[in-house]
Design a protein around this ligand. Structure first.
Ligand SMILES: Nc1ncnc2c1ncn2[C@@H]1O[C@H](COP(=O)(O)OP(=O)(O)OP(=O)(O)O)[C@@H](O)[C@H]1O
Ligand SMILES: Nc1nc2c(c(=O)[nH]1)N=C(CO)CN2
Length: 173
């Protein structure tokens, strides 16, 4: 089976976030995901439905995998479970709420894909500063299958006061 290059987004705002991101990097290979490179880490203001929660630490990874899209989503969710994330099906789950780890599938090669459980590219990839900044760290020329340059998407975002992204630390590998 052919390998595809993809990009994952990592986020954490519970426990020791850098350790949680590093643990996700360490856990991915056992699920068929080879981690090729990491962005720097960024401290970011919470965005979404819950603003009153600790800042997040975010980073993005470049990966290589033979997994098909739904299998790769399964791998991301398995890593979240291993690191103690409350499953979406649990009564304790809070959408956009605090979490030890979030592993989002952002891009997988040139694939455009849509099912009940998965959209590729991730539907928020062009609207979240905490995703765009680390992705561009990995590849300033990164472009969506539609042809949209992510650098242009970032430049087009309104400069809000509540979605700041601050360089926090070295890449995770
Ligand atoms: N590209 C994708 N990557 C990860 N999850 C996706 C993707 N496309 C659709 N989903 C679906 O979104 C659901 C919710 O994801 P998650 O639990 O990470 O939500 P969230 O982090 O609270 O919010 P958001 O979806 O805005 O990131 C997942 O269970 C998954 O089925
Ligand atoms: N800054 C930031 N905000 C978020 C994040 C995140 O990773 N970083 N993840 C969320 C759940 O998807 C909701 N809000």
């Amino acid at each position: 089976m052919a390998q595809r290059i993809g990009y994952l987004g990592l986020g954490s705002n519970v426990g020791v976030p850098r350790e949680n991101l590093a643990a996700a990097v360490a856990a991915l290979p056992a699920h068929g995901v080879c981690v090729l490179a990491s962005s720097s880490t960024y401290e970011t203001d919470p965005v979404g439905d819950v603003l009153d929660q600790p800042d997040f630490l975010n980073a993005c990874l470049r990966i290589a995998t033979e997994l098909e899209p739904e299998e790769l989503l399964g791998a991301c969710k398995a890593v979240e479970r291993e690191l103690g994330r409350v499953a979406q099906e649990s009564p304790d789950y809070v959408r956009h709420g605090p979490r030890p780890i979030d592993v989002d599938l952002l891009l997988l090669g040139e694939l455009e894909y849509s099912s009940e459980r998965l959209r590729l590219p991730h539907r928020e990839v062009t609207s979240r500063r905490f995703v765009l900044v680390p992705l561009l760290d990995l590849d300033p020329e990164l472009t969506l299958p539609s042809g949209t340059r992510l650098a242009d998407a970032l430049a087009a975002l309104p400069s809000g006061e509540r979605d700041d992204v601050r360089l926090a630390g070295d890449p995770l590998l």
